[in-house]
Structure formats: structure tokens, C-alpha cells
Design a protein around this ligand. Structure first.
Ligand SMILES: Nc1ncnc2c1ncn2[C@@H]1O[C@H](COP(=O)(O)OP(=O)(O)OP(=O)(O)O)[C@@H](O)[C@H]1O
Length: 251
């Protein structure tokens, strides 16, 4: 479980997150939703230690992230941030192999090479493994960074908008893969803008608005017309499809 307690974050005079307390269940897919600027990336970056904690605490599997060495945490948590800078003269395979670093410290075994090959195959990039990153399309780059995160083979995966730039088949393939990883015991937190991905795949939904916790619960509890209407300040309709909410919001 990830336990977030009284978490607040400021940038200069601006309150970015205010007093967030919630838990993210282990062995589940949690969708983090909310409008642009709500604080989703800031929250996931604080939990994944891409940003230093200012106020409040975060525990991952009982480990206080302030008190746990980075090398230890890196074996438990992998994070895919939103803005990944592309080092142009790096091949796709080299990037993905970096994901093994916390385990190998540079001494790659056959098992590591298999995990890297598996991650590349998962994101459908095996054929482009020798390409340089700057020779890829936006969606292919996104998939390469995803593969690096998957190759870390951690219990927790924190993914900030992994569906960005992905076409429908690759988006569905990724969600199916995350579903299978969840079934194998992994814990996944995913920032999504299309709430229907949350409706279809998430076990737990956390909604942020204006830097505050707005709602948290099962998809049936959070993905309701009244809750989502107030979250996004727009009218929308929610129907049930195969027992799951489906949100109609395009017009
Ligand atoms: N480096 C920064 N300096 C100043 N303000 C920032 C900085 N980074 C983020 N913010 C502000 O913090 C708030 C939360 O941003 P954050 O990226 O966490 O939101 P988000 O919910 O992930 O948004 P989006 O859906 O647009 O990606 C926004 O108002 C943003 O403008």
C-alpha cells in the first residue's frame, strides 16, 4: 500500500497540493484523474521522489520515502514521468537496459537481457531496438520510456499519462499488459485523462481538483455523473456497459 499523509506542496507563493491524505491499494490499478493543473503529476512525482517532499509523508510498503535510501526505493518503485528528455545518441535498447541499473549496477546477466527483450516486445519496439531515440515518432518514444520503466521490474509502477501519443491498438495493448501485471501481483498507479480507461481498467480511482483530494473510491463510486460533472465543471452522462461505467462527454 502507498500511504499519503497530510501532503502539501508549494511552488513559491502558489499552493500546488493542499493537505492530501489517501491510500493507494497494493495489487491494484489506481487511476489518478482530474482537470489540467489539478496536481496529478506533482503528486505522482512526490511519491516517486522526482520531487522532494516539503510537507507531509509518504510510505510505500511501510517504508517512509524520506528515510529510505534511493537504491532501495528504486528496487520497489519505478516512475514514468511526463516530460522525458530524449538523449539523441542513445539507442532504444540502451535506454531500456538503463531500467535494469538498480539491479545490475552495469553487470548485465542473461536474465537481465531477457527482461529487456521482454519489455521491448511488450511495447512492440523489438524491431526498432537498434534505432536512436531521436529517430522515433512521439508515440514510439513514449513506448521506449515505458519499456524502460517496465524493465525495472518493480512491485510498484507509477505512470504519468502513459497513454499520451499512443494510438488505439497500442493504448489497448498497454492497458492489457498493465492488467496482466496487476494479476501477477504488481501495483500500478496511472494518470489518465480519458476517464473511460479508468472506467474500464481501474480497481481504484483518485480524483484531484485544484490541488485537493476531490474523491477516492471504486470506479462505481467515483465515475458518476454528479461527481465527474463537479470535478470537470461540465455536464456529462454516465451509462453502464457490461456492468462498468461508461462516460459520454464528447458533445
Ligand atoms: N515548475 C513549476 N512552476 C510553477 N508552477 C508549476 C510548476 N510545475 C507545475 N506547476 C503548477 O502546478 C499545478 C499542478 O500542476 P501538475 O502538472 O501537477 O498538474 P496535472 O494535474 O498533472 O496537470 P495536467 O493534467 O495538465 O498534466 C499547475 O497549476 C501548474 O501550473
Amino acid at each position: 500500500m502507498i500511504r499519503i499523509d497530510s501532503l502539501s506542496h508549494r511552488i513559491g507563493p502558489a499552493a500546488i497540493l493542499s493537505d492530501i491524505s489517501t491510500t493507494l491499494p497494493a495489487g491494484a490499478i489506481t487511476a489518478l484523474i482530474g482537470p489540467n493543473g489539478a496536481g496529478k503529476s506533482t503528486l505522482i512525482n512526490l511519491v516517486g521522489r522526482l520531487l522532494p517532499l516539503q510537507q507531509g509523508s509518504v510510505q510505500i510498503n511501510g517504508m517512509d520515502i524520506r528515510a529510505t535510501p534511493s537504491a532501495t526505493l528504486a528496487q520497489h518503485v519505478a516512475i514514468l514521468g511526463q516530460s522525458n528528455t530524449v538523449a539523441s545518441r542513445l539507442t532504444v535498447r540502451d535506454l531500456v537496459a538503463f531500467g535494469r541499473w538498480p539491479h545490475t549496477q552495469g553487470r548485465e546477466t542473461e536474465a537481465d537481457r531477457r527482461i529487456v527483450a521482454d519489455a521491448l516486445a511488450t511495447v512492440d519496439l523489438a524491431d526498432l531496438a537498434s534505432r536512436f531515440l531521436d529517430q522515433l515518432s512521439g508515440g514510439q518514444q513514449q513506448r521506449a520510456f515505458l519499456a524502460m520503466t517496465l524493465a525495472q521490474d518493480t512491485g510498484w509502477l507509477l505512470l504519468d499519462e502513459p497513454l499520451n501519443n499512443l494510438d488505439m491498438p497500442h493504448a489497448r495493448a498497454l492497458m492489457r499488459r498493465l492488467d496482466a501485471l496487476r494479476d501477477s501481483g504488481k501495483s500500478i498507479v496511472i494518470v489518465v485523462h480519458d476517464v473511460n480507461y479508468a472506467a474500464q481498467w481501474a480497481d481504484h480511482v483518485v480524483a484531484l481538483k485544484d490541488g485537493r483530494l476531490f474523491a477516492a473510491g471504486t470506479p462505481a463510486e467515483v465515475l458518476r455523473a454528479d461527481v465527474l460533472g463537479a470535478l470537470y465543471d461540465m455536464p456529462l452522462e454516465v451509462i453502464l456497459q457490461d456492468g462498468r461505467p461508461f462516460v459520454l462527454h464528447h458533445r
